[in-house]
Every structure is written in structure tokens, then in C-alpha cells.
Design a protein. Structure first.
Length: 243
């Protein structure tokens, strides 16, 4: 059996003396979409920030066969981790295309030939970005900014794409588009760790899921199984099963 692409064991992380994650363990297999759902304040963003190296953490952390627990943020990016943060953090005064070029820092640094070809792949995935390629990122709509943030991360040719609340603040139709893109990336074999409050949509695109509450993983299993779990239905899905 192949080793997981990402494996965390006994992960502790927090802010100063405030511990948020208490001995959390999870894994992401190559080519899988894994989601972590839970309420506000459960520690979902803390988890991604700890995995990315934006927060100090303790515990075992392996990625693509490498011990990355002591690697810096930059070293984790070079190893193939990419995070699309909740706030998107685009360069608002720069054009869409320039933001995408900056996203290619990893393959450029690694000397990957033809890394700029990834831009056409991003434009194929997000035709709207191609239409707005010369437009300043700060003038885009919320949905377009989310597309650009994902596109910029994909320019880095990551081995694992981590998405922090990609549906946050978006209209329902745009949310549907964003999750359709996640499904499409899954079909293309992109490994994804998806943190999301919209449990219904997240479980609908994921292979495996975890439920995080106050820093502890309280449930895990195949996404379809979690969508049928009475506790998940009652707390996160309402009266209807996720589809």
C-alpha cells in the first residue's frame, strides 16, 4: 500500500500560549480530495497554517516521503505544498496575468522548462481570467478573485493544493462554480486538502472527510459515509443528505 502524500501525527499548534490543535492526526492520499469540515473556531485555518509552516507546530509531519516538520515556509513551497488562504491575498494593484506569473515561483526556482505554459492551463480552467488578464486583481469580483487565487497556486505546479474556505463570502451560483472546479481538478489527479464550512458542498466533492471540533478530530471516514452519518446530518447538513 502506497504511503500517504501527506501525513500528520500528533499535531499541536496554536497562537502563543493558546493551543488550538491538540494532537491531531490526518492523512491525504495522492490524487485524493480530502475535506476537513467544522464550525467557526474549530481550528480549520490553524491546521492549514501549521501544515504550510505559517505557524509553529509540534508533532510528526511527512510530505511526499520527506520529513517536513522543521522545514521553513519557503522550503515547504519548494517541496510542493500550496495554500490558497481564506483572504486570497492577491496583489491588488497588479494585473491578473502578473499575479499568475508570480505564482510560478516554484517551478521557475526549480528550473522547470516551460513553466509559463501553465498559464494557458489556468486560462482553460478559468476562461474569465483570460478575459481579464490585463485587469488589476483588486478590481475583480469576489468569485473572480477566488479563481485567480486558485489559478496562482496552480501555477506553482503543487503536489498538494490546500484550500481554506474557498466558498466564503461568495454567492450560491459562484460557490457552485468553485466546487465544480474542485471536481474538475480532482478528475485531473490534483491532490487537494479542502477546509470548508459548507459541509454539503465539501462532502459532495471529497473522497475522504474529517470533522474538526474545538481542535480535535471527532469523526472521519469516506465522504459519502460522513454525509450519511446522523451526527453530521444533524449538525452540518440539516434534514437532507449532502449530494
Amino acid at each position: 500500500m502506497a504511503a500517504p502524500l501527506l501525513e500528520a501525527k500528533g499535531l499541536h499548534a496554536g497562537y502563543g500560549k493558546a493551543e488550538v490543535l491538540r494532537g491531531l492526526s490526518l492523512h491525504v492520499d495522492t490524487g485524493a480530495v480530502v475535506t476537513v469540515i467544522g464550525p467557526n473556531g474549530a481550528g480549520k485555518s490553524t491546521l492549514l497554517n501549521a501544515l504550510m509552516g505559517l505557524l509553529p507546530s509540534q508533532g510528526a509531519l511527512h510530505f511526499d516521503g520527506q520529513d517536513i516538520a522543521r522545514l521553513t515556509l519557503e522550503e515547504r513551497v519548494l517541496a510542493g505544498l500550496a495554500l490558497v488562504p481564506e483572504r486570497r491575498e492577491l496583489f491588488g494593484t497588479m494585473s491578473v496575468e502578473d499575479n499568475l506569473v508570480l505564482g510560478g515561483w516554484r517551478p521557475k526556482s526549480l528550473g522547470v522548462a516551460g513553466w509559463r505554459n501553465g498559464m494557458e492551463q489556468v486560462y482553460t480552467l478559468f476562461p474569465r481570467l483570460k478575459e481579464r488578464r490585463a485587469q488589476q486583481a483588486g478590481t475583480l469580483s469576489g468569485g473572480e478573485r477566488q479563481m485567480l487565487a486558485i489559478g496562482r497556486a496552480l501555477m506553482g505546479q503543487p503536489k498538494l493544493l490546500m484550500l481554506d474556505e474557498p466558498s466564503l463570502g461568495l454567492a450560491p451560483l459562484i460557490v457552485r462554480d468553485i466546487f465544480a472546479i474542485v471536481s474538475r481538478l480532482r478528475e485531473q489527479g490534483v491532490s487537494i486538502l479542502l477546509v470548508e464550512q459548507n459541509a454539503r458542498a465539501a462532502l459532495g466533492v471529497a473522497d475522504h472527510g474529517y470533522v474538526l471540533e474545538t481542535g480535535d478530530l471527532v469523526l472521519e471516514g469516506p465522504a459519502e459515509q460522513l454525509a450519511d452519518d446522523p451526527r453530521v446530518i444533524e449538525t452540518y447538513l440539516g434534514s437532507q443528505k449532502a449530494r
